[in-house]
Design a protein around this ligand. Sequence first.
Ligand code: PLP
Length: 385
Amino acid sequence: LIVPSRPMTDFRTVLATSSQILPDAKNLYFYPFGRDALLVALRAFKIVPGDAIIIPAYICESTVEPLKRAGYRVVFVDVESDFQLDPDKVLETAEICDAKAVLAVHYFGIPLDFGRLVALLHSSGVRVIEDCCHSFLTRFDGRRIGSFGDAAIFSMRKSLPIPDGGAIRMNAQDFDRTVFSCLANTAPYVGLYLASRVLEAFINSVGWPNIYSPASDVLKKRLRGRMRTQELKLGADFLPPRQLPSRLLERYLSNEKYLKRVRDRTVENYVLLVKGTLALGFQPFIPQLPLGCVPQWMPLLDLSGQIVPWLRKHGVGACRWPWHELPADVISLPERYPISNDFNNSLALIPVHQSIGSREVSQMLHLLEKLMVRTATISIEKNFL
Ligand SMILES: Cc1ncc(COP(=O)(O)O)c(C=O)c1O
């Protein structure tokens, strides 16, 4: 049984007649990806190439690289052991490097309270951009996520089976509206994406080849590298064009029933996995989900580093984050960014998305139990020898 790392296309929703986009997704400006949304949000606040931006060191290179390419000075700050940014540390860094904005990330769908950070930075004239790329469906304190900073960015393709879904919500009133005035009148073409997902579903149902095996990972890494080379050609003054949401995204965003199912199923999977892994002697990193949270993954403490390779070898799309994409500057300075390096090495992310049902949850728990028994046997043998 293959357990996919991301949600599969829901054809019932795609083929249903669509109505109005729901209120939670209104007042958004759409872009291809979250990284595009970030670049545009900075421009909207008249933050220009050459300015310094503070980014948490626990981040993926695909977010940082376009900023550097555009000419921004990226300054990293390590995260704390609860995923938060220390407001005092951030303020001190912002003063030293004269930063104009801070990116504050809600990791893996888990909402963080940035209230004090926002208050402190606003008093110094520094903009806060909430990164809700993992957390599009989460609510916090009864409000939708992304309502606290000056702007929020989203990457809905991480929660929904779509090829696009970069978006910005502007919360501040004082921004340059002209950056949003140019709108491409076409929605992205989804034919190739749909074909690739149908092929993926077919491969998963046959069970061969295992798309999470080490050989497949090497192939995917190579393909990603080639796509990045294409992006590099875009140049420093490239400002991503605003676009309409794809037909697929529109269908999902206008279907309340589907979105409710996503929320309920994901939370249910998370709770079942926490219960099951605790019973097996594993350590879920966040055993209790905050109210309103729709998690992207279930982070499990993995000090031995065995969980991810074991699950992937057996067809489960578990992963680390950002894994091979932790920026080189962060990897090379573990003493300056110890927690980000630690998280990257010791958190196994277990899939919990809406395409996972109780059968897949049982399969993952069964595999984890086998790993536990195997590790115990090896350690007994070692002691015996
Ligand atoms: C925390 C975070 N922010 C921003 C992004 C960028 O999103 P996208 O891949 O849609 O450009 C990512 C992507 O992985 C991310 O993990």
